[in-house]
Design a protein around this ligand. Sequence first.
Ligand code: ATP
Length: 399
Amino acid sequence: MAEKNLENIISLAKRRGFVYPGSEIYGGLAGTWDYGPLGAEMLHNVKDAWWKKFVSSREDMYGIASSIMMPETVWTASGHLEHFTDPLGSKKFNTMFKSKAGALKGETIDIYLRPELAQGMFVNFKNIIDSFHPKVPFGIAQIGRCFRNEISPRDFLFRVREFDLMEFEYFVKESDWEKNFEFWKKEIRNWIKEIGINEKNVHELEVSEKDRAHYSKRTVDFEYDFPFGRKELYGLAYRTDYDLKNHKLDYYDEDTKERFVPHVIEPTFGAGRTVLALLCEAYDEDELGGERRTVLRLNTKIAPIKVAVFPLLKNKPELVKKAREVYEMLKPEMSAMWDDNGNIGKRYRRQDEIGTPWCVTIDFDTLENDTVTIRDRDTGKQKRLDIKELACYLTERLK
Ligand code: ATP
């Protein structure tokens, strides 16, 4: 059994360039983590898969990228100034980061860094209607950074002070909210499967009234069995017409000549918590060919490096030249890594540890017949392929 404890995962993440502690050379800043080259690639793959599934492949979804800074008036209307608090001693502590915009005395205004994405969608509701005339039901989606002054950040990427959210507000008629709530609940489950999280590790929790956010009439949390306990991964909330009403916004249906305030279903996905759940899910230790190894069994869609290319020996110029040709052919098509360091066994183990699904080796036979060895991460099985077929073979499997 793999030791899926958090220390092993943090240590792998740091050693191999997925995630580093924020501002580490100055002693670090609690609640901040920096994504290294492999983590940034993985985070990008998560966001890209999410955007494809929930935004660009759908006719009813409008993707935006709104500002992080918003004036106090937004947060008064949304109820966050009053309610976005955590208990601290006997007091309520508002976890929004406050700042000032402008330089001249008397001309500065109070602003807040957004603690969630939703208000960016609500303040653009009218813009989207005026530009695109969508029919209800429709959604406004975005991916972006949010900030919360968490009282005690902890558990690696799980509770941090700045993080990326992937979220949409789906506008429906009030009478249709339950049907849409069920639809998006299923779609969240599908997403979880599609990115490679085992369904048995995810549990739906019906959140009780006292634990729901101030705007929600029904919330279902999707909890994941993290090594440190069963904790919220995603949320699905029925926000009613709370936000649009507070911002004094409504919708006019040109066909039925009806004016009404749509109700809102909001699925919300933490991108950092997704990366963490995927690392926990994928982390494994096993024995292959009589040797112990650590392997990240990441879904090929999410794996930061899709293929690694090796010359069998780095001191044979003809092998290196041929391997460079193969690497340069693959690199524009997919995220590929060059490795000529150490023996082939060591290179395989390094790639297994970062979840690379395929390794390609260029050896002396390649020089004779233009074939290469391709080795599969999960089974360790190898076969020979024609260089001509290689790019096609890989892109087919990445689809
Ligand atoms: P929690 O109860 O864990 O504090 P929450 O109920 O405050 O979470 P929401 O306000 O529903 O969370 O936030 C939406 C999503 O944002 C969560 O499902 C989670 O994926 C992510 N998220 C929230 N807070 C953090 C944080 N401090 N660090 C990383 N991700 C977070």
